[in-house]
Design a protein around this ligand. Structure first.
Ligand code: FMN
Length: 90
């Protein structure tokens, strides 16, 4: 399966999680692209999309909202994960 892991990470936690997931899915035999949301032009070529981001001020970071608004996800499975410190969830 061709899987895109798109992430936003300010201090590295979400990037580490994304890279660990990339390795896990590669070891399972999937074809993985793992990159920052700003480096992914579109997700047309993928069968599935995973989006990772940190909680910022109880919300999803603006760059991730922009990414979600600009890509076409219709009829494509997506999975979201977030990292956070202590409070709230996006
Ligand atoms: C500007 C800013 C706002 C944050 N707001 C929240 C928040 O509302 N709730 C929370 O639990 N953590 C909050 N955090 C903590 C981050 O979500 C957490 O450290 C996350 O793992 C950072 O991911 P990153 O290293 O990929 O950037 C905030 C961090 C920053 C820098």
């Amino acid at each position: 399966m061709r899987i895109c892991i798109a992430y936003y990470s300010l201090t590295g936690n979400t990037e580490t999680c994304s890279r660990n997931l990339e390795k896990l899915l590669k070891d399972m035999g999937h074809d993985i692209t793992c990159n920052k949301v700003e480096n992914i032009a579109d997700v047309e070529e993928y069968d599935m999309v995973v989006i990772g981001f940190p909680v910022h001020c109880l919300n999803m970071p603006k760059k991730v909202k922009e990414f979600l608004n600009r890509i076409e996800l219709r009829e494509k499975p997506i999975y979201l994960f977030c990292t956070y410190a202590l409070f709230g969830s996006a």
